[in-house]
Design a protein around this ligand. Structure first.
Ligand code: SIN
Length: 491
């Protein structure tokens, strides 16, 4: 273990995979390095699972399925609730691990652990509320039931930007529903996932119900998608990889949940409350240094409020503190790696070369290969890369507009349809715009939309299915029509 990671419970730092209740290395002993994005220093090494290791994990999940699904919903819920309370017991350590491998400031990491825990609690409760229904039959001697059953063995492939919350948002509903899981965390942030899975084990969730394989994605993803045993795949990540996994899953006709890329518009109308809009823009745009699929990517501001909004947003951005997430008062950490930094800087350079103007920055930080200074750009246009591509960094481009219809047209002019935000105090406009925005999530006068009780997901090339809310557990259930005929009811 790296001695710089000081944990109250050192057992949370794990460099092995859990398969069938056994913590083990890759069959061939291969490992990958995991580095700290703030310093570039190696944190440690985790197994680089082979296809054979992944098959072991699938077999373990298959073996554990029958006894797990036969437990009552209440029994499963109790174990999942125990997992929830253990996560909260270890919130500080889990945040320390997350900041080390992902970079987000400690306070934000702690916020993510608490957010991750809400899914565990919510789905423990939802386990008890799974309901089928009965259907009026066409003849007196027949009964028809629509019964809910767990899908079976599920695979979860999770991203680096939310190393804890995306694990719990997938695994908690799966196991609450009676499914078993093979989870593959991002190769960049495996330690948070390993710690969470260890806590699930400590909570008493039986061997094989949650298995975790770490390493590079190609062999693991190909094995999970090719397996006929795996009945469902849930993935959060890019549209490019989502589409690849969808193709790979076609031969086995898997159920898919795909949370993919976004290009969220953030509309501010003249009649909006400027302070509320600025607070929302900060929350939406700069969470996790702008590395979320639901980040405001295009900020569209109407003429009459434009200058006031830009001035206040600039003030808030200038007050941000960029640096190592472990340092006091830091609000913006490093980006995940040099490739991410290069892409964000390319978007900024492209915008400046097309006439954008820097309205405010947060002030620099030493290492420009890891850190990007938050910036507000005015004069953004649809000719710029940041209008059509997800920037995934702390860049706030302001597009100016005059008419409502023009703003809606620009907002919808994207193949993505994940999150959208708008600010107005006109209730007629509120309905009009909410109904016209073509996105899976529409937020009025708030910059936050991710929470356990609400369905989260996109349309168009942003994906399939919903996570969270009552929909979240449905994704792990099949409906079985049970027809009972020839009933002798007249005796
Ligand atoms: C994301 O996947 O980037 C968003 C996750 C969240 O907001 O929960």
């Amino acid at each position: 273990m790296d001695r710089t990671l000081t944990l109250a419970e050192p057992k949370l730092f794990i460099e092995r995979m859990l398969i069938d209740g056994v913590w083990r290395d890759a069959g061939n002993g291969a490992t990958i390095d995991v580095t700290d994005p703030a310093t570039g220093a190696r944190i440690g090494r985790v197994p680089d699972a082979t296809a054979a290791d992944t098959e072991d994990a699938i077999r373990a999940a298959e073996k554990a399925l029958e006894p797990w699904r036969r437990r009552t919903a209440g029994e499963r819920a109790e174990l999942v609730e125990r997992w929830h309370s253990l996560i909260l017991t270890h919130v500080k350590d889990l945040a320390t691990i997350m900041t080390a491998e992902q970079g987000k400031p400690l306070a934000e990491a702690e916020g993510e652990i608490r957010y991750a825990a809400t899914f565990v609690k919510w789905f423990a409760e939802e386990a008890r509320r799974v309901r089928g229904h009965d259907i009026p039959a066409p003849t007196p001697d027949r009964r028809i039931l629509a019964m809910k059953e767990p899908i079976g063995v599920c695979a979860a492939i999770t991203p680096w930007n939310f190393p804890a919350a995306m694990i719990t948002r997938k695994c908690a509903p799966a196991i609450a529903a009676g499914c078993t899981v093979v989870v593959k965390p991002s190769d960049l942030t495996p330690y948070s996932a390993l710690a969470l899975v260890w806590l699930a084990e400590q909570a008493g969730i039986p061997a094989g119900v949650i298995n975790i394989v770490t390493g590079m994605p190609e062999a693991i993803g190909a094995t999970l998608t090719a397996s006929p045993v795996v009945r469902k795949l849930s993935f959060t990540g890019s549209t490019r990889v989502g589409s690849l996994l969808m193709r790979q899953s076609a031969d086995t006709i898997k159920r898919l949940s795909l949370e993919l890329g976004g290009n969220a518009p953030f509309l501010v109308f003249d009649d909006a409350d400027v302070d509320t809009a600025v607070a929302g823009a900060i929350a939406s745009k700069f969470r996790n240094a702008g590395q979320t699929c639901v980040c405001a990517n295009r900020i569209l501001v109407q003429d009459g409020i434009h200058d006031r909004f830009v001035a206040k947003l600039g003030e808030a951005v200038r007050a941000m503190k960029i640096g190592d997430g472990r340092d006091q008062g830091v609000t913006i950490g490093p980006l995940i790696n040099a490739a991410a930094t290069a892409k964000v800087m390319a978007h900024v350079d492209d915008a400046l070369s097309h006439g954008a103007v820097t309205a405010a920055t947060a002030g620099g930080y030493g290492d420009a290969t890891r850190f990007v200074t938050p910036v507000v750009l005015t004069g953004a246009t649809t000719a710029m890369r940041l209008a059509s591509e997800e920037t995934f960094g702390p860049v706030a481009p302001i597009f100016r507009f005059t008419h409502e219809a023009e703003a809606i047209e620009i907002a919808n002019a994207t193949p993505f349809g994940l999150a959208s935000y708008f600010y107005t105090d006109d209730l007629h406009r509120a309905w009009r715009v909410a109904e016209r925005l073509e996105f899976g999530m529409v937020a009025l006068n708030t910059g936050t939309i991710a929470m356990e009780m609400a369905p989260f997901g996109g349309i168009k090339q942003s994906g399939l299915g919903r996570e969270g809310g009552q929909e979240g557990i449905e994704e792990y259930l099949e409906t079985k029509a049970f027809h009972w005929g020839g009933l002798k009811l007249d005796r």
